[in-house]
Design a protein around this ligand. Structure first.
Ligand SMILES: Cc1ncc(COP(=O)(O)O)c(C=O)c1O
Length: 405
């Protein structure tokens, strides 16, 4: 299913400028319709929710509509959607809400490929006697081996926390299989889907994740984030809001303070955009449109990734950090590499001059970069493309990188 790239790019006003944006894993460009909705919310319905007067009811309807849109996006119920400022915040809140159920001697499995957002919040339970077990990737291939996870599980394992796609490697992890392993041991699964959500349709039911979080500002929207939690799981979490909030008050007991209403309303534009991509390709509205929309997105991303990967693997000086396969099931369009022992900062400078936005560093997956000795060379060079990137843009990047490689 090929995308109508002219239509796609016309939806993002920033793409009309001179820059090629290939730092999308840091944050994507924003849809015009998202910005319009944010503005419309602020200018026409910015009152506090929960009162009996009509504008307040309207405001509540708008915020509730965002839960409906995210439920369609992830294939769950609106009552299973928790919203917040960022993924980092939502996982911190989730961790706090698990305090009551994590006892000394209980175990949490973490990976060394995750972004720190899905590591740091869990480590704080160590101080209360909770044991952390590390699921480490193979140091040569950067692959997480399911056999290693199985070996780590015990009857005291309460949680497995893992990323759906690495924000450095681009590798897609087999979440449904990981969920089976976690559940077989009686543990729950927390998935950081930030680096996955812009690239593929999400079906939390099929994946079997218990908690699944991503950031809307990487999915064509505003600085906002969403967490799916299975309804019974959300109900059993501690209340982290005011003392008079009942445990059953989901999602509000997990949204201390107010969520950002204008971003909630604005985010619906991102969901509707993917649906529109789907209906333009012939799918019927709703869930099937989301799946069809992402099928087109994934295919365009595969094309640009293949182009870049072909170039990178043809250079002797380049080491791709992660898989070199560009098959849809293997990776998303985030590609990282190093050039011999060269500074990654220096490699990126060429792209800056050619007005192609890429970046270098550890991308807060610090443990992955540090443990594999990549910090002294300023981390890795990361090119993170999404569906609005074109083959011409990749060629511009290649031409800019070539002298340094
Ligand atoms: C894989 C991954 N997880 C978590 C985060 C943190 O997201 P947020 O900025 O919404 O806290 C990022 C941000 O780059 C990320 O790439």
């Amino acid at each position: 299913m090929s995308l109508d790239l002219d239509f796609v790019r016309s939806q993002f006003p920033a793409l009309g400028g001179e820059w090629a944006y290939m730092d999308n894993a840091g944050g994507s460009q924003v849809l015009a319709r998202v910005a319009d909705r944010v503005s419309d919310y602020l200018l026409t319905s910015n009152v506090q929710t929960g009162a009996s007067y009509a504008p307040s009811q309207r405001s509540l309807e708008r915020v509730s509509a965002s839960r409906g849109a995210f439920a369609r996006f992830m294939n769950c119920d609106p009552g299973e959607i928790v919203e917040g400022a960022s993924t980092t915040i939502l996982i911190r809140f989730l961790s706090e809400a698990m305090t009551g159920r994590l006892q000394p001697g209980d175990e949490i499995v973490l990976t060394n490929v995750d972004h720190e957002a899905n590591i740091g919040p869990w480590l704080k339970h160590e101080a209360r006697g909770v044991k952390i077990k590390w699921w480490r990737c193979n140091p040569e291939t950067f692959e997480l081996d399911l056999a290693d996870l199985r070996a780590l599980m015990s009857e005291r394992t309460k949680l497995v926390c893992v990323t759906h796609a690495s924000n450095i490697l681009g590798t897609i992890n087999p979440i449904a299989e990981i969920a089976d392993i976690a559940h077989a041991a009686g543990a729950e699964l927390v998935v950081d889907a930030v680096a996955y959500a812009p690239h593929r349709a999400i079906d939390v039911r099929a994946l079997g994740a218990d908690y699944y979080v991503f950031s809307v500002y990487k999915v064509f929207g505003p600085h906002h984030a969403v967490m799916y939690g299975r309804r019974d799981k959300l109900e059993s979490l501690d209340n982290i809001y005011h003392y008079f909030f009942d445990k059953s008050r989901v999602p509000h007991k997990l949204e201390p303070g107010n969520i950002n209403y204008e971003c909630a309303w604005g985010s619906i534009g991102a969901v509707e955009y993917v649906e529109e991509l789907g209906t333009r390709s012939g799918a019927s509205a709703g869930r099937s449109a989301i799946e069809a929309g992402f099928a087109g997105i994934a295919e365009q991303e595969r094309v640009v990734t293949a182009r870049l990967m072909e170039f990178l693997t043809s250079r002797n000086s380049v080491r791709v950090i992660g898989r070199t396969s560009t098959a849809l099931e293997d990776r998303v369009s985030t590609v990282s590499f190093t050039v011999g022992q060269d500074s990654s900062k220096r490699v990126v400078e060429g792209a800056d001059k050619a007005m192609v936005g890429i970046r270098y560093g550890d991308f807060y997956a610090r443990r992955l970069v540090e443990e594999h000795g990549l910090l002294p060379q300023d981390g890795v060079v990361r090119v993170s493309m999404i569906h609005y990137n074109t083959v011409e843009e990749v060629d511009r990047l290649i031409a800019a990188l070539e002298p340094a490689l």
